[in-house]
Design a protein around this ligand. Structure first.
Ligand SMILES: CC(C)(COP(=O)(O)OP(=O)(O)OC[C@H]1O[C@@H](n2cnc3c(N)ncnc32)[C@H](O)[C@@H]1OP(=O)(O)O)[C@@H](O)C(=O)NCCC(=O)NCCS
Length: 171
């Protein structure tokens, strides 16, 4: 399969925070943000694979900044690495200042999607070719994150997680 770049899957969704989407502090409810990130990431995975995709795992979420009621929120998702049937999707969340338009990074997350056929069976996806320095950095760290996710899900034995072991063993 011909490799694709992250920019071919990049998906940008901008929306505002409404009262029904907030918690008792009038900030965006965490589950609402997870859903927005899942939607953007699903579109990105679909653009990369041109297949039906399902969320296999949420590997990492950092709610670094609260997102107040009325905020304009932009969720940006792009495939950061592709394997045989699965794809890591990296998601950045930005808030836009109402008055000067300046964007501040509020949150980030990493999801894993699997491309499936009409019967739900995993199917092959194109490889990913990172281009920018950030894309290359995310690509390089992705195998470690995949192995950690598989170990935590009980789908890989810890002693088979070569990338994780390399983190702790001095060469
Ligand atoms: C995701 C799903 C298709 C995986 O099916 P499976 O039978 O475990 O398939 P496999 O073991 O062949 O795994 C398929 C790929 O997913 C990867 N994978 C599976 N679980 C994973 C996890 N927890 N973390 C990271 N990758 C995972 C595997 O490593 C494999 O990747 P590769 O082919 O690129 O090497 C299946 O579990 C499923 O359909 N789950 C429900 C998905 C869903 O409904 N999501 C919405 C939640 S509400």
């Amino acid at each position: 399969m011909t490799p694709k770049t992250p920019s071919e899957s990049r998906t940008t969704m901008t929306d505002m925070v409404l009262p029904s989407e907030t918690n008792a502090l009038q900030n965006l409810f965490g589950g609402e943000l997870l859903a927005r990130m899942d939607r953007a990431a699903s579109i990105a995975a679909g653009r990369h694979s041109r297949r039906i995709t399902v969320t296999a795992s949420v590997n990492h979420v950092a709610f670094n900044l609260a997102v107040p009621l009325g905020s304009v929120v932009t969720v940006e998702a792009a495939v950061s690495r592709a394997y045989t049937t699965s794809m890591e999707v990296y998601i950045d969340v930005w808030i836009e200042d109402r008055y000067n338009g300046k964007r501040t990074k509020a949150n980030e997350a990493i999801y894993t999607f699997v491309a499936v056929d009409e019967t739900g069976k995993p199917t092959e996806v194109p490889p990913l070719q990172p281009e920018t320095a950030l894309e290359k950095e995310r690509f390089a760290g992705a195998l470690r994150r995949k192995q950690l996710s598989l170990v935590l899900a009980g789908k890989m034995k810890p002693n088979e997680a070569t990338e994780l072991k390399a983190l702790f063993i001095e060469s």
